[in-house]
Design a protein around this ligand. Structure first.
Ligand code: NAI
Length: 260
């Protein structure tokens, strides 16, 4: 039997930590999870943008200025942050960036930058968040990518990093199962965020690039951050209580299509 009121405020009394929360997918996830009743801790690098984002989280948003690639800052700050806002029930790893280039073109610094922001940051943060979830359980949601399954040309480090995020999802799901920690990945296609807009702006014709990306999906449009936030909220909630180590494409059907 389903409780009628479950959909509204289904995350009440829960605490969610969300990285990359001042823009794009992380921001939409923070808004959606707050709308579902949770306290949200928005983690990002820019205090004013974080404050603006937190102000749109139904009075349940708190901000933490933190570069998720900075281990020293994480080690200093996270214990205090957890004491202040509470143990995590939900963690969303959305912070990330795209370093373009074919493998042989990349400098070692670029390779490291890509893996530090998209992969190693997850390791750093879980040194603190994971032990707090052991025993009580919780849900960790990775923002992976269609690039976890297929490659884009000239994007080697990004593709490799998102493959690693998906592999890590499965590894952490196995290790978390006995503690009641579920770990799943949402894999977005082309989602119109500042990140993707930046990519379009770097193309010869940004409008054509945006149109091409939209029409590549059978649903014939770019995705919105809110499209992805719905999938994040599903993994965060008990509606997905028997799902772990899974991935969910939010790509308008892009990966279902055989190219012709
Ligand atoms: P975005 O650029 O709007 O948001 C990413 C946020 O992460 C930004 O606020 C940025 O400042 C923050 N961030 C980056 N590095 C950080 C660091 N070291 N410390 C703290 N914060 C940091 O981009 P978007 O599109 O919302 O990306 C979110 C995630 O979704 C990324 O992991 C991205 O790879 C992934 N993704 C996005 C897709 C898209 O089409 N937009 C497609 C597939 C995956």
């Amino acid at each position: 039997m389903f409780e009628k009121e479950r959909r509204e405020m289904r995350l009440e009394n829960q605490v969610a930590y969300i990285t990359g929360a001042s823009s794009g997918i992380g921001f939409a996830a923070a808004q959606r999870i707050a709308a579902d009743g949770a306290t949200v801790v928005l983690i990002g690098r820019n205090t004013s943008r974080l404050s603006e984002a937190a102000n749109q989280c139904d009075g349940r948003g708190h901000i933490v200025e933190l570069d998720v690639t900075n281990r020293q800052a994480i080690d200093e700050l996270m214990p205090q942050v957890i004491t202040k806002y509470g143990k995590p029930d939900i963690v969303v790893h959305s912070a990330g960036e795209t370093v373009l280039g074919a493998l042989h073109e990349l400098t070692e610094a670029q390779w490291d930058q890509q893996f530090d922001s998209n992969v190693k940051s997850i390791y750093y943060l879980n040194k603190h968040l994971w032990p707090e979830m052991e025993g009580v359980g919780g849900s960790i949601v990775m923002i992976a990518s269609t690039a976890s399954f297929g490659a884009f040309p000239g994007d080697a480090a990004y593709v490799a990093s998102k493959g690693a995020v998906l592999a890590l999802t499965k590894a952490m799901a196995l290790d978390g199962a006995k503690f009641g920690i579920r770990v799943n990945a949402v894999c977005p296609g082309f989602i119109l965020t500042p990140n993707l807009q930046g990519y379009f702006d770097g193309q010869a014709s940004p409008d054509d690039a945006a149109r091409g990306a939209g029409s590549a999906a059978p649903l014939n449009r770019l995705g919105t951050p809110e499209d992805v936030a719905g999938a994040v909220a599903f993994f965060a909630s008990s509606d997905s209580s028997f799902i772990t180590g899974a991935s969910l494409l939010v790509d308008g059907g892009l990966m279902a299509k055989v190219p012709v």
